[in-house]
Design a binder for this molecule. Structure first.
Ligand SMILES: Nc1ncnc2c1ncn2[C@@H]1O[C@H](COP(=O)(O)OP(=O)(O)OP(=O)(O)O)[C@@H](O)[C@H]1O
Length: 345
């Protein structure tokens, strides 16, 4: 367990953050300027703080210099040495488990190349490999995909998933991208103006109606875990989730594999009766668990669906016209195309 408690006064900005990160991926999410990079730099020992308590499995790291902390750090840009081959770049990080690192990140065919001959995604994979070669006890990933376009991101994400599944160390993952967070992280810490405003499992935080103002209307939305049932000939995939069966676009996952589906709150429509003559494929019976009126025109509606949770965002007007109240049994309608393939993984 990584335990962090840091405080730092900048000119006009106060950072005061306490968080725990167990083995696995903890996402650090928050708007620009909320303090995400500062937290990562403090853990790495690169930011002198007024209070800097950092411990790993009870061992105090705070007094150690950065290179003695056992921390691997990957930045937004790969920062490879241009005059060194991929193999030399990797070995610059250390010489631990070279074969395993090369295998998990799929670097075998790239070892003799130089950084100028790599795509952005390949460079980030090498940067991850270099961090892993030092046998880190903690991995700090600061927006490692944000400089990549969508196809490159999609190419690197499976490697990050494999890395997550094969390492048993805390990985802190800074990201602006809720799709990435929902796919990779098991825990999330949400920062706002230098403070932790939400913390917990991804399932709990993303299904929490009180989270909507902090995550933003576009990013709020529950995550369902499900099993791929199969792929239909018309290009849809059926996923069995705790909330019921869902059809999502594209050939997603292998039959039998476990996937996560992010259902954006703004893409959920509520109905008192089960609609029949509509094009939407996913109609789930749900119960209203909570209603949270926002400052603007919206209401966040927390729903239980089977043994899962969903979040919907509707207007206050709709909420009042429908007379929605906690305990009501209604239907949630999810348009299959609203579940973007990148959000399923
Ligand atoms: N060395 C510094 N001196 C003064 N202010 C700083 C310094 N480093 C960071 N800050 C301020 O601290 C705040 C948090 O910055 P930080 O880079 O940690 O945020 P962030 O959440 O990572 O942002 P982004 O998503 O844009 O990278 C910002 O207001 C920034 O201007």
């Amino acid at each position: 367990m990584l335990r962090v408690s840091i405080a730092k006064e900048f000119d006009g900005f106060a950072l005061d953050v306490t968080l725990d990160a167990p083995a696995g991926v903890t996402a650090i999410f928050g708007p620009s300027g909320s303090g995400k990079t500062s937290v990562i730099r403090a853990i790495a020992g690169l930011l002198a703080c007024d209070r800097a308590e950092v411990s790993l499995d009870g061992r105090d790291l705070s007094k150690l210099s950065p290179h003695k902390r056992g921390v691997g750090y990957v930045f937004q840009d790969a920062r490879l040495f241009p005059h060194m081959s991929v193999l030399k770049n990797l070995r610059y990080g250390g010489v631990h488990d070279e074969d395993a690192v090369v295998a998990v990140l799929g670097l075998g065919a790239l070892l003799d190349r130089f950084p100028a001959a790599l795509s952005g995604g390949e460079k980030q994979r090498v940067a991850l490999g270099r961090a892993l070669m030092s046998a880190p006890k903690v991995l700090l990933l600061d927006e490692p995909l944000s400089a990549l376009d969508a196809p490159r991101k999609a190419e690197v994400l499976p490697y990050l998933e494999a890395l997550r599944d094969q390492t048993a160390i805390p990985i802190l993952y800074v990201s602006h991208d809720m799709g990435e967070v929902a796919r990779l992280a098991s825990r999330i810490v949400v920062l706002n103006e230098g403070r932790v405003v939400l913390e917990g499992t991804v399932e709990d935080v993303l299904a929490d109606p009180a989270a909507v103002p902090f995550l933003g209307v576009r990013d709020a939305g529950a995550v369902l875990t499900g099993r791929v049932v199969g792929h239909a000939t018309d290009g849809l995939t059926k996923i069995e989730t705790g909330a019921g069966a869902l059809w999502v676009p594209g050939a997603v996952g292998r039959a039998g594999s476990t996937v996560r589906v992010r259902v954006p709150a703004q893409d959920v429509i509520l109905s008192r009766s089960a609609p029949t003559d509509i094009s939407a494929l996913n109609v789930l019976p749900v119960t209203i668990a909570a209603l949270e009126r926002g400052a603007g025109p919206g209401v966040a509606v927390a729903l239980t669906a089977g043994d899962a949770r969903l979040l919907a965002r509707v207007t206050k007007r709709s909420c009042d016209v429908m007379g929605l109240a906690v305990g009501d049994q209604i239907f949630a309608i999810l348009k299959a195309t609203a579940i973007a393939p990148a959000d399923v993984g």
